[in-house]
Write a protein that binds this ligand. Structure first.
Ligand code: HEC
Length: 162
């Protein structure tokens, strides 16, 4: 013990110093907490302010860096109006299968080769397509669907071939 007091700072000095540093840190921490609380207190107002500010800061337009990038101003409407081409099998499933799978009201059944061959022999492909577009017997015009002439032709071809 006695040797410590003679050479260099004593334990007491160390703890005094340590106490001062600890006190300073505590004070620092406390002041930061107080500051944070003050910022928190008027958060409601500043949120509204932030919203208004960010709406003012929104870009007026966007720069397309690459010609291959989608045009942001055109992308949305184009995607909405562009009809996705459907496979003939899907067209039939969507608009024709209701009657032609079971042969409702004397409709030639899907897969009944003989029945389709006979009709194809009588009227030809164009004649069959015309029958569907205009309606025939128990089949309303276009089978009651909104398919285009091309889609009808694809569906008829699929029915005759399958
Ligand atoms: C509401 C039931 C119904 C739907 C839906 C329907 N058909 Fe028909 N289809 C019939 C009936 C019934 C006949 C037989 C008509 C007749 O010859 O009297 C027929 C006949 C046909 C024929 C033969 C026409 C001819 O001239 O002999 C084709 C081809 C045909 N349908 C294709 C289609 C296609 C393609 C669709 C879908 C776009 C479709 N049908 C949807 C009921 C339907």
């Amino acid at each position: 013990m006695s040797t410590h007091e003679t050479d260099g700072p004593s334990d007491v000095d160390f703890f005094k110093m340590f106490g001062v540093v600890l006190g300073a840190l505590t004070l620092f921490t406390a002041s930061i907490m107080v500051l944070a609380n003050m910022l928190d207190a008027d958060e409601g107002m500043s949120n509204m302010e932030m919203e208004r500010m960010s709406s003012r800061l929104e870009p007026v337009g966007q720069v397309r860096m690459n010609a291959d990038d989608p045009d942001p101003s055109a992308a949305a409407p184009a995607a909405a109006t562009e009809m996705v081409a459907k496979a003939p099998a899907d067209l039939v499933e969507m608009a024709c299968a209701a009657c032609h799978t079971a042969g409702v009201a004397g409709a030639p059944k899907t897969g009944d080769k003989a029945a389709w061959e006979a009709r194809l022999g009588e009227r030809g492909m164009d004649g069959l397509v015309a029958s569907v577009i205009n309606g025939r017997g128990g089949m309303p015009a276009r089978g009651g669907s909104a398919l285009s002439d091309d889609e009808i032709a694809e569906a008829v071809k699929w029915l005759v071939e399958n």
